[in-house]
Write a protein that binds this ligand. Structure first.
Ligand code: GTP
Ligand code: MG
Length: 203
């Protein structure tokens, strides 16, 4: 697993505090409690790399993780856990702050290669998700959707949810958006998602 060596670097409250904008980086986004931190842990194969919680809004910073060096001269590679919101308990002022920071991050970050957008397969395409897709479309960034917690649905239901998501993505933007079924609990789709991340980092 090429993501296994991921290491915590720092947590930032604003983009100016992030590591130097060089090399390649992939961001993980999603509503509070969607399962971002769990997905990061599943992909890196580290149980406690990113903090997970039953309480929505646990990750209230941008958290940067460093990966071991890839090809020579390709520069540093990072994963970034973006703060999630969309839960009533996150105060509006904080939402506005992160809306602004995430927008600026997606627009300005030159090392950013793509966004992994994590949605609960039972509650897809909420306002936050649509906003993220709009941001990605506006900036031309690749976005790959993980429909996570698929272990909560039957195979058939999960397949239906995926078809419906692909239709919605296609309507928003014919190229650059993709989706798959995922579960951090039973590891469904972990290899596929890892290939997407590695493909972006090593492109
Ligand atoms: P915030 O940081 O609070 O925004 O949340 P997050 O998106 O990082 O979610 P987190 O990974 O902390 O997971 C939230 C809850 O969902 C936890 O109770 C997890 O155990 C649970 N969870 C995450 N992924 C899965 C999954 O694939 N299947 C199931 N059944 N539960 C999951
Ligand atoms: Mg989290």
């Amino acid at each position: 697993n090429p993501l296994q060596g991921a290491q915590f670097i720092l947590a930032a409250h604003q983009i100016s505090q992030l590591p130097e904008d060089s090399g390649a980086e992939v961001a993980f986004a999603g509503r509070s409690n969607a399962g971002k931190s769990s997905a990061l842990n599943a992909l890196t194969g580290q149980k406690a790399l990113a903090r997970t919680s039953k309480t929505p809004g646990r990750t209230q910073q941008m958290v940067a993780f460093d990966l071991p060096a890839g090809r020579a001269a390709a520069g540093p590679r990072r994963l970034i856990d973006l703060p999630g919101y969309g839960y009533a308990k996150v105060p509006e002022a904080l939402r506005a702050h992160w809306r602004q920071e995430i927008d600026a991050y997606l627009n300005q970050r030159r090392s950013l290669r793509g966004v992994i957008l994590i949605m609960d397969i039972r509650h897809p395409l909420k306002d936050f998700d649509r906003m993220m897709l709009d941001f990605c479309e506006a900036t031309g960034l690749a976005c790959h959707v993980l429909l996570t917690k698929a272990d909560k649905l039957s195979r058939n239901q999960a397949g239906q949810a995926l078809l419906s998501m692909r239709k919605s993505l296609q309507a928003l933007r014919p190229e650059g958006f993709s989706a798959q079924v995922f579960s951090s609990s039973d590891m469904t789709g972990v290899d596929t998602a890892r290939e997407v991340v590695m493909g972006w980092l090593d492109a």
